[in-house]
Design a protein around this ligand. Structure first.
Ligand code: ISE
Length: 341
């Protein structure tokens, strides 16, 4: 499960998926996670897995994800394979009794998430964390802290903007919601502290065909009455741009632009945008992995649970229903079990 490093036990992390995210996570596990090392990596493309393993120097490469899960040198598993494989692999980790950090979404459907929840509850131990890394982003953290201090009064409304320069190459229809909007859904629940009970999706009818297919507005309502509006635009061209502001009874809290320097030159002020989410959320991904490794070592769960994964996907299901019908859709969710606190 671990290896001695300088006399101290080090957690062996096994990564499933050596694509864009898997390779990044593997590097973070190898270089930036105290008390842990990369023990194994799997990818259907063995050459891709080998390249990451060689770079880390401590890992074994395989094309079989179950080989990583069953490896005695692997104490905890990080799943970064395509979304539709998440449930099966997470269930295998639970069967092996290994802690797992599964990239979001936990599953593309609420039904898939429920299978994980049932297996985790039957096991009787919290082993699943879902990779909603924005919970570890310093900017969102500062917003949540400002809300917790109470001087702004109660939150009323969350405005969010989620723009990608271009849709990711792996996007299939519906992923704008199940893969992208789930972030705002999770952040809304986390900032506002209330479950979402209804969703309405409105599509833009203007612009070039490609642009409007990738642009929509989501309006959510929480059980406590908060409103949430999310602009999703997957073809913004100029860069990756994430924004958020919570309007409260006595003030607002908004995310500051992430660039550390603004340049004024030639009668203009400018600052750079990241190309995609990896650069914008690099700190969040690193802090998430470090916190997960600590949580595994101490046995104290952190971050988003399987329940949070289920709740986000249940709302995504309602968004998809609204997108299809053009009408608001209720969120169908089971009551929260005491197991998830
Ligand atoms: C991508 O899959 C992510 O996970 C990013 O965090 C998100 O912002 C992006 O829109 C998704 O496509």
């Amino acid at each position: 499960m671990g290896a001695q490093q300088g006399g101290i036990m080090s957690l062996g992390i096994g990564v499933i998926g050596a694509g864009v995210m898997g390779a990044d996570h593997a590097r973070t596990a190898a270089r930036l996670t105290p008390g842990a090392h990369l023990a194994a990596i799997a990818d259907a493309d063995l050459a891709r897995a080998r390249a990451v393993a060689e770079e880390a120097g401590t890992a074994r490469a395989t094309s079989d994800p179950y080989d990583v899960i069953g490896d005695p040198a692997v104490g905890a598993v990080l799943i970064a394979s395509p979304d539709h494989t998440h449930v099966e692999l997470t269930l295998a980790c639970l069967e092996a009794g290994k802690p797992v950090l599964c990239e979001k979404p936990l599953a593309p459907t609420a039904e898939g998430c429920l299978a994980v929840i049932e297996a985790e509850m039957a096991l009787g131990r919290r082993l699943v964390q879902v990779g909603f890394m924005r919970r570890f982003d310093p900017a969102y953290g500062a917003m949540r802290q400002a809300l917790a201090e109470g001087r702004l009064g109660r939150p009323l409304l969350f405005h969010a903007v989620h723009r990608n320069a271009v849709p990711p190459s792996f996007f299939e229809p519906g992923m704008i919601i199940t893969n992208a909007a789930v972030h705002e859904i999770d952040v809304a629940r986390w900032l506002l502290g209330s479950e979402i009970r209804s969703a309405r999706v409105i599509r833009s009818g203007a612009g070039e065909a490609e642009a409007y297919r990738d642009l929509m507005l989501i309006v959510l309502e929480t059980a406590a009455g908060h409103l949430v509006d999310v602009e999703l635009f997957m073809r913004a061209h100029y860069g990756y741009d994430i924004r958020g502001e919570v309007v409260c009874e006595r003030g607002t809290v908004a995310m500051a632009p992430p660039a550390l320097a603004h340049v004024r030159h030639a009668e203009a002020e400018s600052f750079p945008f990241a190309t995609d989410w990896r650069a914008r959320f690099a700190d969040a991904y690193r802090l998430q992995l470090q916190a997960w490794a600590r949580a595994v070592a101490t046995g104290t769960p952190t971050g988003a649970s399987a329940w949070d994964g289920y709740a986000a996907t249940a709302v995504a299901d309602a968004c998809l229903a609204s997108l299809a019908s053009g009408e608001p859709a209720p969120v169908a969710m089971r009551p929260r079990p005491a197991f998830y606190g």
